[in-house]
Design a protein around this ligand. Sequence first.
Ligand code: HEC
Length: 146
Amino acid sequence: MIERIKQLILPILLGAVFIGGLVIMFSGGDGNSNGEISTANVIIPELSEFGQQGKGLFDANCAACHGENAVGTNVGPPLLHTIYNPGHHADEAFLRAAALGVQAHHWGFGNMPSVPAVDRDDILQIVRYVREMQAANGIAPQPHVM
Ligand code: HEC
């Protein structure tokens, strides 16, 4: 009787382990299991006219560090990241960053220098571009919790 149970249970167990392995492979094995947005999986939305102008300014002034499509580089963080959602980093943070620079505090990339080439109107367009990219990539406004 015990033998019979073993014969029944063993294949079920092995099957479960096999299926479990498959699930893990397909859900986490593609390198994006941490939710990071990369060049490979970034979604490029159809931009508004304002956002399109912002993209031009972003590419010229910010992409060297923040990356093409704002996915980050090895010298600057991705702005398509949940910590830059509109609830945590309001538009004012972009104006301040460009005007004054940023003391490194979230990452290990070092400080961001000020970007005197862009004025307030430029930054507002850049912000629109970043917000449209964030929205398309599932970065939703979250209330700021200290
Ligand atoms: C020379 C590299 C460099 C350039 C160019 C650059 N940044 Fe940054 N930026 C950084 C780094 C590094 C940080 C992260 C600092 C930290 O550790 O929090 C940062 C952070 C930021 C932040 C977050 C500010 C905060 O309050 O935490 C914003 C917003 C930002 N950058 C916007 C921009 C915009 C807009 C441009 C273009 C006009 C730009 N950056 C150009 C390197 C750069």
